[in-house]
Design a protein around this ligand. Sequence first.
Ligand code: FES
Length: 106
Amino acid sequence: MTTEDHWATVAQLSDLAEGEVLGVELGDKQIALYNVGGTIHATDNICTHAFALLSDGWLDGDVIECPLHAGRFNVCTGKALGPPVEQDIPVFAVRVVGNDIQVKAG
Ligand code: FES
């Protein structure tokens, strides 16, 4: 992991095919990366309902379904899409530089 101007490289674009989700760590944060139609999005990886990693769930378009109780979030906005999840998931600024997927640190 390298940092430059608060952007941290957390994965390689070649490791995240379209329609896939990937869990990465940045410091003490767990982050889920999503490839939605070639655009990368990043959210907190830990579901806001209980403890489950969204990167173990299922990505359908721009919606991630939690593997534990099937809560769903929009991965672009972080919006919780209905019970059992009530609290939105934090989203992170993300950019692609060459083959590097970078998340805004801090
Ligand atoms: S832990 Fe994600 S929906 Fe319950």
